[in-house]
Structure formats: C-alpha cells, structure tokens
Write a protein that binds this ligand. Sequence first.
Ligand SMILES: [Zn+2]
Length: 76
Amino acid sequence: MARCPECAGKMTFNSMIKQMVCNSCGLSLSRHDLDMYWNKIRNENSDNSDELQRKKNRRKEWLDWYSSSKNDKDYY
Ligand SMILES: [Zn+2]
C-alpha cells in the first residue's frame, strides 16, 4: 500500500487519471513521481539521521571525557 509523502495518508490508484491519489489530502502523483518523492524523502532523512548520529557521538565523546576527567579529580 502506498503512503502519501505529504501527510502519510493512504494513497489509492485512480485509473481515471492514472495517478496515485491521497485519500486524506488529495495529493495526486504518478507512480513514478511517488517513487521519486519517497527516494528524496529517504535521502533527506538519512542525511539528517547521519548528522544527528554525529552530534550524538560528539556529545558522547565529550561526556566520556568529562566523566573520565571527573574520575581523575576524585583520585586526588
Ligand atoms: Zn496526503
């Protein structure tokens, strides 16, 4: 089942206009355009999650450094 890239609603194929039509927001796309749309969204999402992951890693490194330096201080 196809999902609307705009609102995640259910899309059904309308044979009259030969396009996928969203039941929720009425967006109509050809199957090809729908594929393109989703590929674009997937790429954007993966870019964002990579960036998020990098930020998390940076934060984790900083926390590791912070907690280890704190431990060092506790020694003295
Ligand atoms: Zn929609």
